[in-house]
Design a protein around this ligand. Sequence first.
Ligand SMILES: NC(=O)c1ccc[n+]([C@@H]2O[C@H](COP(=O)([O-])OP(=O)(O)OC[C@H]3O[C@@H](n4cnc5c(N)ncnc54)[C@H](OP(=O)(O)O)[C@@H]3O)[C@@H](O)[C@H]2O)c1
Length: 314
Amino acid sequence: METMRAVGIRSRTNPDEQVYVSLARPRPGDGDVLVHVHAAALTPTEFSWPGTWKTQAGADRPFPVIPGHEFSGVVAALGAHVSDLAIGDAVYGFNDWDQQGAQAEYCLARPQQLAPLPQTLDFAQAAEAPISALTAWQALFDHAHLEVGQNVLIHGATGGVGAFAVQLARWRGAHVIGTASTPNVGYAHDLGASQVIDYTTTRFDEVVHDMDVVLDTVGGATLTQSWEVLKPEGVIISIVTPISPEQAAAHNRRGIFFVVEPKREQLIEIGRLFDGGELRPLVAAIYPLDQAREAYARARAGHLRGKVVLQIVG
Ligand SMILES: NC(=O)c1ccc[n+]([C@@H]2O[C@H](COP(=O)([O-])OP(=O)(O)OC[C@H]3O[C@@H](n4cnc5c(N)ncnc54)[C@H](OP(=O)(O)O)[C@@H]3O)[C@@H](O)[C@H]2O)c1
């Protein structure tokens, strides 16, 4: 049996106790791609998501669970009926929440979850982009239908999702206002925000109004206070807190919560923007695979510029 090194989680009650394990290397089934993972990013909040612990049918997933669903690497093997990828292709992408993740030497994905590695990015830079950049893309373009000249408020403008959202909204030609903490105000301007509100000193709802779109990456009071800054026809997109139709109706505004989906065509577009210099990659820190605990501690400490990445090859 061929084995591989991986980060494993053996306890739902204490997912921070990642262990370093040796597991059987997965074999690609019908329609699967086996990726030799070169780098994989960390999303510590995934430990609160149902798919980490349960299958879609509701059964408990067996331990050890391998976390981390966004990655970059090289195609190592193809299952039957995969025709549009070849062994040796460099790719980036993200795989299903309720399958084994990518913090391992190998992972499985489906072709529509993968796109060519952007030519200007290294593996670590590409690994941190799929979830954050796709979430920002889908929020602004699929759900909010952001248009040239519209006003958009992006909460958490220098976080993993927010930093891509600021860059994408600016690229679309929108007027971008962001919220960030004091040390990150200048950085949010650098990313493309015309106005940045320091959320530690100023209430945004006292200085912002008439927004076409609010992107909430924070939740809680930030979401609650956002309704009043929208135009009557404006929309809030939250990626943190589900919004009921009753809540939106009570404010006489539209509100949408969604969960990001892997979409190859969008990853290809995002790759073009990286290669054209419209998007910049955002790696906060890089750790080797066997220092996953330290990497998770760093990611949980927060206030990062970009995401923490595990480098598996190189
Ligand atoms: N629904 C989905 O599909 C989806 C997809 C991806 C992520 N998410 C969720 O979205 C959330 C954000 O993810 P992320 O990767 O962007 O996290 P992150 O990198 O930790 O960023 C969070 C950002 O929020 C900022 N922040 C904290 N408190 C704030 C406040 N009161 N007002 C304004 N900004 C504040 C932080 O700014 P400072 O560092 O300056 O303090 C930081 O930039 C997480 O809960 C994640 O689970 C959901």
